[in-house]
Design a protein around this ligand. Sequence first.
Ligand code: CP3
Length: 346
Amino acid sequence: MTNDLFLRACRRQSVERTPVWMMRQAGRYLPEYRAVRARHDFLTMCKTPELASEVTIQPVEIVGVDAAILFSDILVVPEAMGMHLTMVEAQGPRFSSPIRSAGDLRELKPVDPERQLRFVMDAIAMARRGLNGRVPLIGFSGSPWTLASYMVEGGGSKDFRNIKTMMLDEPALLEQLIDLLTETVRRYCEAQIASGAQAIQIFDTWGGILDPEHYRKFSLDPMFEIVSTMQRGDAPVIVFSKGAAHALGDIAAIGADVVGLDWTVDIASARSLIGDGVALQGNLDPSFLYASPENIRKEVRSILRKFGRGPGHIFNLGHGILPGVPVEHAISMVRSVHEESPEFHR
Ligand code: CP3
């Protein structure tokens, strides 16, 4: 592999400079992505390995990131379980019949990822060939809790009324759904690794909407189960639980190689709290990419300085890149990390 900085940083091995990638880097801020997207709808892109691998590689060539993340979506998993998914323009994902009862839960089918999610495995294999060792390829899954949120709410939500009501009024039902997803996610991640994914990120986008006690039971414990039982060879696992700053020490203890940080966390405090047993990923405020390249550079420097010297940092945004960000700003963020970080590794 030509550039294995990302994998070395995940393993807290020494690097010449800090590697950088961006969550949602294969997306709408790139004109080249929009050109492909103009000709195909989103789910068709996910299900066509040629298209998925093409847009997976775009940010490596255009923005210069040190890792590729597979272009796909966390919600192809509930779709494979039999739910009907649509992506509503300007609104986001919708499930026409959300899971609200034991009857709905019984309708869900067990998933063999090698079959129902064959297109993901094929896209991974094709992206690996296209990357040809230039940078590592990251696979991903939603966490059980985050997938359950979409499945029970039927889409995005402001108050998470349905899943929180289920959590209190019918906890056994929610437990069953989470158990089913835990097993499904574990096997899905294993299949991605077997197909060529060199690292896995678990997106726990909605972990932060829970109080600490329910967070542990419905979000953290299932991720612990996945991380501790998954057959993953030497592929590192990144756990990104957005808004869960209260639980950083607990997340670090579940056995992941890397803990993802959103931008509300001070990365220096996170490092001193967690210690050097795991690597940290993050955590520039995604909105900062609207500001001038000079000021982006200052903020990049500030995060590098706060993390401090030594290995174990993967630079990233604190959440996904926003659709309106000028590409030149993303490029200059990546260049700033490349230029400013070597002094922290000497
Ligand atoms: O990071 C990457 O570049 C890889 C591709 C990727 C997408 N979705 C592509 C996408 C990844 C890793 C995801 C994960 C995902 N999907 C999450 C977890 C990460 C996060 O951002 O918190 C979630 C919650 C989803 C569900 C989802 N998919 C939503 C809420 C939306 C609509 C909101 C939006 O940004 O439009 C999507 C659609 C989606 N997924 C797009 C992309 C590029 C935009 C679709 C389009 O082109 O119209």
